[in-house]
Structures are given as C-alpha cells and as structure tokens.
Design a protein around this ligand. Sequence first.
Ligand code: F6R
Length: 607
Amino acid sequence: MCGIVGFTGKLAAAPVLLQGLERLEYRGYDSAGIAVLDNGAIRVEKVSGRIAKLCEKTGNGALVPGAAGIGHTRWATHGAPTDQNAHPHLSNDGRFAVVHNGIIENYLELRKELIRDGYTFQSETDTETIVHLLEHYYDGDIKAAVMKTAARLEGSYALGIVCTDTPDALYVVREASPLILGVGVGENYFASDVTALVSHTKNVIYMEDGEFARLTPGAITVYDCTGRELQKPISRVTWSVEAAEKGGYEHFMLKEIMEQPAAVKAALAPRIHDGKVQLDGFELTGEQLRDIHKIIITACGSAYYAGCSGRYAIERLCRIPVEVELASELRYADPMVDEHTLVLVISQSGETADTIAALRECKSRGAKVIGIVNVVGSTIAKLSDHVLYTFAGPEIAVATTKGYTTQLTVLYLFALYAAGKLGRMDADRYAALVRELQHLPRRIQQTIDMNWQLPALASRYASQSLFFIGRNTDYAVALEGALKMKEISYLHAESYAAGELKHGTIALIEENQPVIAVCCNESLMDKTLSNIVEVKARGAKVLALSFKGNKKIVSQADDVIFIPRIETIFSACLAVVPLQLLAYYAAKGRGCDIDKPKNLAKSVTVE
Ligand code: F6R
C-alpha cells in the first residue's frame, strides 16, 4: 500500500521526508511526493516513478526549504501512476496539502458534491476529495475542519495534513489504516510504518481508529473523534530497520499471508453497498449479460487457479458456461471467441506476457474484456474494456498469496453481481451470500488463528513428494496448494481431482506417501472420504483439510487442518490459507530462500 511520513522540527524537513520515503520503498510504489511549509506557502514536489527522481528534482531536498512537511509514496488505486495523481494534493486556495494512505469508498459521491460546489480537481484520486473538504469546512479552526472532514469519509485512511495558517504544525487522522507518531526532542514525526521512524526515534505513540493529532516541534496532542484530548502512552520500539520493514515477520511471504484479511476487506468494501454488489464505475445490464453465450477466464499460474475456483461460483450462480484457459495455451489455440464471449483476464502484475497475448487475441475476435488486476495502470488494465482492481497492495514475495485471495474475492463479487442482474437468484439467497462474503475477512483471520499447529504438520508431511487431492472447488484449491509447495519448498507436489486417482495415479501410492486431502465441499464429502480410504488402504498418510466440526474426517484422516464453516462456493478463499502456511513452513524447515525462490520472477514479462 501507500506510505506516509511527516516531520516538524528545526532542521530542513525535505531531506528528512525523502529519507523516510526511502525507508518505505520496500513496500512497493509507483510515484512519490513531498509538501513543505515555507514562508506562509506550501511547496509541493511530486513525480511518477522512483524516489531517486524526486531526490534529483529537489537537490536531495536542499531546493525545498522549510522545517515542517509531509511525504508520500503512492501505490496507485484510483487513477494511473502519473505526476498529477501522485500525492500530496493541494486545496484550490493553496492553504492545505494532504497525503493519504487507504481508500475513500464514497469518493465518487463526495467528488460530485464538491464539483457542484465549485471545486476543481487536478487528479483522478479519491484523496483529492479530502483536501477540498478541508477547504470547504475551514473557517479559521483547523481542528473543527479536520473533524468535519473525517466525519464525511467512508473507508480507510491515515492522513497527514499541513495548513499555511499554522506554519510548524502537522495534523494526522487515523481510521482503519496504520499510523504511528514518532516522539523526538524538539522535533516530532509521523509515519504509516515504524520503518520510517526507527532511525530517528524509538519512542512512538500508536494512533487508534477515530483519533487525530496535532504535532509541532515541541508537542504532540492527540484527540478522540469528539475532540476530547487524550493521554496516550509512549511505547519503545525495539526493532531494527530490517525487521521493521517486514512488520516483524521473518519473510514478506508470511507478512502477506497475514495481510489477507485486510486485503480481502479492501477488495470487498468499496463494492458492497446496501447489501448489493456494484462494479467499479461500470455496469452490465441483465440484457447485456443474457447476450453473453460463454465466459472465458484466462490467466497464468496461481491467477489461473483462482480462475478455476471462480468458475464454480460463476457457473453455479449465473448458469453461464465458463471455460478456464491457460493464457499460454489460449493465445495459440485459435479460440472460439466472438462478440458474445466475455473474457475475464486475471493478473496480479498486469504485465504477464502470455496473459497480455491471450487478451489481445480475444479482443481481436470481438470479445469484451474485463481485467482483474492488482497493479493500476498496468498493460492488462489499459488493454481491458473494464477493470476490477483487486486492491491487494504491493506483493513483494515472489509466490503470490494475498494476490490470489483477492482475485478470488473479485470473482465471487462478479458472480454475485451477474447473478443478481440476470435475476437467477432469489432475493434471500442473494442477501445471504452477500452477508457471507462480508464475513470473509473475519473468517480468514479465524483460519489463521486456529492453525497454530501447521509448523509441526509441515515437518511431518512435507519431507518427500506430496499429492494434493480434492473434488470440484476443493480440486481448485489442491491445484494452488501444490503449486505453493513446489515453488517455495522445491518439493515435488502434484494435484489430482480425487476421482481421477483410480485411473492411474493410485499406482504411485506406497507406504507413508503424504496425501493432502481437501474436503471442504459438503455435498461431495462422502466421495472424497472414499478416496481417502482408498489411499490409506495402500499405506498413505493423510492430512485432511475440512471445516470445523466435521467428525467423519477426524475418524478417517491421520491429521486434520480445520477452517471455519462457510458456503462451499467461497470455501477456497479460506482453504488455501493453511496450504500457503504449510508450504511456507515446509520451505522454512528446508532452509529455502522463501521470498525469492530459485528460477522464478515476480512478473513474467517474457514468453
Ligand atoms: C505463483 C505465482 C505465479 C503467478 C503467475 C501469474 O505463486 O505467483 O504463478 O500467479 O506468474 O502472474 P500474474 O498474476 O502477475 O499475471
């Protein structure tokens, strides 16, 4: 996600801000900027691209005088990564500048309202609405303007604000996005991430949701959302800079696995309003959807496996036939695609060469394309007719985790949206499924919390070649589980549709062969159970994955990993999490380079 920093003191602010932004570089970003208060005015410098470019433009900060300022690294969510969309954003009267980490969900309606009131926008961002609201509510009392502005915002935000009327003060507000204040001597700081603070001070104040604060060189005052002053404790950070970058986790992959509840929430929240699913700035009518004869989902690797899961949700809810095709195959397949085909192109990076080629091939035959993409402004986002961003934030580990679960989430949203428009679900069922989706982030967290035994299970099961089996949605999860195991632990792992075992593969089952059996589909439970019995009869040791309370599985498998109960069509989004962790702990036990597995690249931009 984005990063924010702020400094107020006696030194020049710009070099401190630039150094803070460099500390946040590891999180990934596509543009950066600073705003510094000087002589009753705000000077803003921002660039798309690297912080090095911003350093060059500002003479490492020397060309931007002033002792108080704010800075930002942006990971584009609303609007491409351009200079205009980079933060900080300025109010029309030049009095306020704002940096923002998070997403303002109601920004479209705020934007319309502000334009009606005569404000002009320089960017496509959700953030710019905040700075115009501040101007709108300001009547000489900044605290009141900040409180009124925050009351209008829906979504997540950590805000850093400067105002020309208070030349040494910074204002910050937090709601569902991390924000930490750094307590110095004769100088104070804020940042979205402790990494940007630890080289200056280890004394910090953790802001809570609904709180805001005013920082000057000599004082920090924190208020609750009613404006009441709070006495906040000062904590001592013991992390090194290196540990802080990974949020205290040993690897980015583990950090990103743990970020999944928040990432899935970010994918869901802007798209569910009053119990109804909405798409981002575009609509598909029932008539348009009825004109679609088939849907093709195309992607590579894990994104392809997300498509395999999504297919079940779309077919079951919408009753439109779905084909899931590997992009590297589809591009050369002379595909049967025409203007009655809707193509869903899935890609975390948005730059995968085979996926881009498959997209172009389908478009040239008249298909409509919806991109399901994480990186804003990427090639696939640009080539698609419409884009549904996954809002996972930057993924640093090569093996995708939150990228995959947010792709699944968007596919579920699409399936519900289309089913609703087609009138193929009764209202009660639709409402129940929307509610179930809204619980996904909490259920993912519960899944993580209840699986503390995975390190031990990894050492028991991940010592030789593994088989992953399952049926239907569980088979789709088995595919992703086996891929995770292969790519980071370098153990041979194969996935099979459980019913296929007896057509050949069962010949490979010998004494002590590890089999991971995914059994989260209640209607097929007995079928998969009989496959477990088959492999056990040939000596396999079986680690099953099923929902909590499933007694049958406990009596058949050697060990069981549980997930909370959930509608079967959404179960992949929970079931995959313990398999990610199993692969992680297997790789850790084998001493592998988890974040950068050998021979793999994060973005496969060549064929
Ligand atoms: C596996 C993994 C890859 C990617 C694949 C597609 O963990 O990360 O299999 O899923 O290379 O990449 P994107 O989604 O960027 O198109």
